[in-house]
Every structure is written in C-alpha cells, then in structure tokens.
Design a protein around this ligand. Sequence first.
Ligand code: GLU
Length: 447
Amino acid sequence: MIVTRFPPSPTGHAHIGSYRTAIFNYLFSKQNKGKFLLRIEDTDKARSKQEYQDGIIESIKWLGLEYDGFSIQTENMPAHKAAMQKLVDEGKAYISKEEAKDGSGAIKEIVRFKNPNKPVTFKDLILGEVTDNTTDLGDFVIGRNIEDPLYHLAVVVDDMNSEVTHVIRGVDHISNTTRQILLIEALGGRVPTYAHIPMVLGDDKQKLSKRKGALSVLEYKKRGYLPAAILNAATFMGFNPGGEKEIYTLDELIEVFDITKVQKGGAVFNQVKLDWFNTEHMKLLSEAEYLNQAKAFIPEEIKSKILDTVVDKILLANRDRISYFGQLTDVFADTYMYETPAVDTSLLIVPEKMRKEKMVTIESTKIILTDLLGLLERAGDADFTSIETVKNIVWEYAETQGRGIVLWPLRIALTGKEKSIDPFSMMWILNRDEVVKRLKNAIATLV
Ligand code: GLU
C-alpha cells in the first residue's frame, strides 16, 4: 500500500506553493489507492502556533484533500526518544560531553549519530539518481540530550512508524535526505522512495513569498476562489499532463497526474493565470451552485434591501464579469444595479469618437430616448424573460439608427455611469417599470 504524507510546520500561514506539496502527495496516493497522511510538525515550540495549525487543517479540508491519518509530531516524542536510546544502545549513536555554546562554560550531554562515512545514493522519481558523500556531515547531532531528540530523528521515526512509502517534498529539503536515509538504515527501517519537487517561484523568478503577492490558501478562500481552481492551478505549477486541455477536476487530476513528469526546474506562480483558472472553473458550476455560493459574498445590509429575484438576476447578469466571488463586492458597490441613479446630462450625449460622423445634440438624444421609451412601454412581460428577449425589443431600432448612437444614451440612462454593465443585461435586471422610470428621468434632464 502506498502511503504519502504532508508534514507542514505550523509556523505561519502557508502560501499556495506549500499546499502544492500537499496536492502532489494527495494525487499520488489516491491514484495508487493508497493513504495520505497529515502530520503537524510542531517540534519548533517557539514558532509553532495553534492558530497556524488550525489554518492548515482548515485549508486542507477546504481544498478537499481528505486525509487518512492525522498526527502531531510532539505527541510522538516517546517513540523518538526510544529510537534515540536504541541507537545509543546499539552503538550507532553516542552521548558526547561538550561545552555549551552559550559561553557559560557548562558541559552538556549531546547525542551524536555515529556517521558510517559512506556515500549515499537514492533514486529520486523526479531528479533521477542522487548521490551525496555524507562524510562532511560528521557525527551529526540527533538529540540536545538523551531526553530531547531533534527534528531529523523525529521525521524519520514518524515516517517509519506510519509506514510512509513515498516522500514527496520541496527540493529545498534535499540536503536533509541523505542524513535521514542514514538514520533510517541505522534504525533498520525501509528507506522510502523520494520525489523532490521544484520550488515555486514568483514572476521575478525569485522564491515565492507573501510579500510577492502569494496569498495563503485561506485568503483565497476568503476572497471567493473555488478550491477546484486552486487545486488545478497549483498542480500546473511544475506539472502539465500535455495536450490542449488545461481545466481539470480533482478526479481528473488524480487520473492524469504523473509524479515522474514533474519538471525539475522552478515552477512559476502567476496570479493572472490563477484568476483564469478560477474563471474557467466558475463556468463549470451549475446555475444553482453559482447562485448559492455567490450569495455568501453579498454584504448583508445590501442583500436585505433587494428582492431575492432581483438579487438572482444581478448575480446571473454579472456572472461573466467576475473571476472570483469576492469581486461581487464591487458589483454591488455599483448601486445602479438596484437603486435609481442620478443621471448627468452631459454623459448622455454620445462621445465624439463613438458617433461615426453622425450629428448628436441634446435634441437628437432626446428623440432617441423618447423612441426607446415608446418601444419599452409597448413591450410585454414575455419580452423581459431573458437578456436575449430584452435585446430584441430595441435591437432593430439600434441597427437602423446606429448602434452607438442608440445604445450609449440608453446605457447611461439606466446606469448613470460611463463604464457599466451592458444595457440589455441592465434592462433584464430592472424589468419594464423601472426601465421606463429611468428613461423618463433621463429625458427630463435633457432640456
Ligand atoms: N516540516 C517540513 C516543512 O514544513 C517538511 C519536512 C518533510 O517534508 O520532510 O517544510
């Protein structure tokens, strides 16, 4: 049975690059019908915080990376100590009396591993054969004292006890690998298969960091990104199944992921690309799923002011205008969506570059809006059932008079804004009575 693990240290809110490690481990275990374990590596007591641990669990759950086992490293301390004692008992490690480095002159009993001083070779699924002469490590320290085992020993013991078969982690850990292999061999364990994945870099090809715009997974959750998009985008940082297709669901990723095809060189994180992935995954939502999720992002004080049916229409008409749900805050900040706007007369006059050499005056604008008002007053309820049918009410008129000449003042009359949603969507959202009211208001300003 294949067993992988994700062992983050709860010392900060990890960014999307760290979770890519979790995703690769998850995909690899699931495609092999294996197990995926989550282990919180809290041995650095000074920097580990409960808040970060909670954040890791929430992120993993939100991403849908269900784990088959959970542990907290410091709770396994007795096993780490027993392993250290075993190494000492078997003469593979020893207690060394050394002067403390704090200048106090005190003598400490440090535990050192007896380095067999041999080259260690392992076959990495991504990097191929890696050999390291471990001699320069010397007799490295494995415990601050016989009661206090250090990190490398803890990792090795935990991996052995949970029967981890594959260690998939960032290439920044590669220098730890040979030392960990020496410890596993000394403890009589089975050396797992390793896959060291490339680091995730920012656009500037430097190591990704929060300062460079990489957000924590929980921040993406808060902003209304879809977990499916984060999973897809993160997997594509360093892996590509080939071909044209780029949008994959989690199940599809499990199917196509191939650890041996992960690239060796640094992978690049790009926020624009992530937004694109999110836009594409939003398109996969059914109308009901979209509406349901979107509603959580409308400020309560605004939602309570608008009829539910109108809320739904605003959400549907703006579906193509947002790449993540958090942008709905901007949509609803445009109060014209649900409140009659004040219209600035000068805005109603078509800007020169859009006139196509036609004469546009206050008078001609008034005639156009009055004609439109007539068409809309005569329209029936059935004409307001969809954006398409609403468009049909005015389309022929717009074609004969000139689209820009007609649609510009119509849109301004409805929204009051130089930049806004298109007039057809707006008419559908508002329905006839409100459209008529807004047109009349606009006409009244044209004197
Ligand atoms: N706790 C380590 C980290 O957060 C991971 C160690 C490992 O994968 O072996 O980077």
